[in-house]
Design a protein around this ligand. Structure first.
Ligand code: FMN
Length: 209
């Protein structure tokens, strides 16, 4: 990383990063600049029947037709994290939306727990039965996407998890006149480190034809 200085010693604004010369991870730059990120709060059930729950903010829509969501767990030094491993082993998971009332509990579920301990219980969260898949939803989550595994894709040190949405739950609190209402979706966004953003401060722009 170098300051962008001029020949007469005056400093120009900015910082240029030559990735090839950079001696440590770009995690801080990537996770600070690609913001705010939505949070996939992913529930899975292990083959042994333990309900796992963990947040993943490298998360987006991959395809609309068919409806496919993707999130990107960074691999642990000893391999896959529990969520992608369970998704691989069972082919099913649920992506729950994180709203502010669940922010602290979501954070609790990012703790590294033994594989036989459920983050639902660790964070004092209730399970709700899913409709199309085995893993439970987070009871009270305003939106839940029940998914079957579409693909796992190795990308560098991450394993992308792509899931086809099979069933969607929308709470009454986020619908108006029988459809989803973005003005009611107070999702929490991840910034970096311990920082988060609210999404209540909205404005609109009409798209040009
Ligand atoms: C808000 C938030 C977002 C996170 N996003 C990611 C992510 O995108 N990728 C990742 O590998 N870990 C992410 N983490 C860390 C994982 O949640 C953490 O490693 C967790 O223990 C993984 O649990 P699991 O092994 O049960 O899947 C995030 C943590 C928090 C608090």
């Amino acid at each position: 990383m170098t300051d962008n200085g001029s020949e007469n010693g005056e400093r120009a604004e900015g910082l240029e990063i030559d990735v090839d010369d950079h001696d440590s991870s770009l995690y801080r730059v990537l996770s600070s600049a690609v913001v705010p990120r939505p949070i996939a709060w992913v529930s899975t059930r292990s083959e042994e029947g333990v309900d796992n729950l963990a947040p993943y903010s490298f998360f987006t829509v991959a395809s609309v037709e068919p409806p496919i969501l993707l999130f990107a767990p960074v691999d642990d030094t000893d391999g896959l994290k529990d969520t992608p491993r369970n998704a691989r082993d069972t082919g099913e998971f649920v992506i729950n939306l994180v709203t502010e009332e669940f922010a602290e509990a979501m954070n609790e579920t990012s703790a590294t727990l033994p594989v036989d301990e459920s983050e639902f219980d660790h964070a004092g969260l209730e399970r709700a039965d899913s409709t199309a898949v085995d893993p439970p939803r987070v009871a009270g989550a305003a939106v839940a996407f029940e998914c079957t595994l579409h693909d796992l894709v190795d990308v560098g040190g991450s394993t992308l998890v792509l899931g086809e949405v099979r069933h969607v739950h929308l709470a009454d609190s986020v619908t108006t006149d029988g459809t989803i209402d973005v003005a009611e979706i107070d999702a929490v966004g991840r910034l970096t480190g311990s920082f988060y953003a609210r999404t209540e401060d909205r404005f609109s722009l009409e798209r040009p034809p």
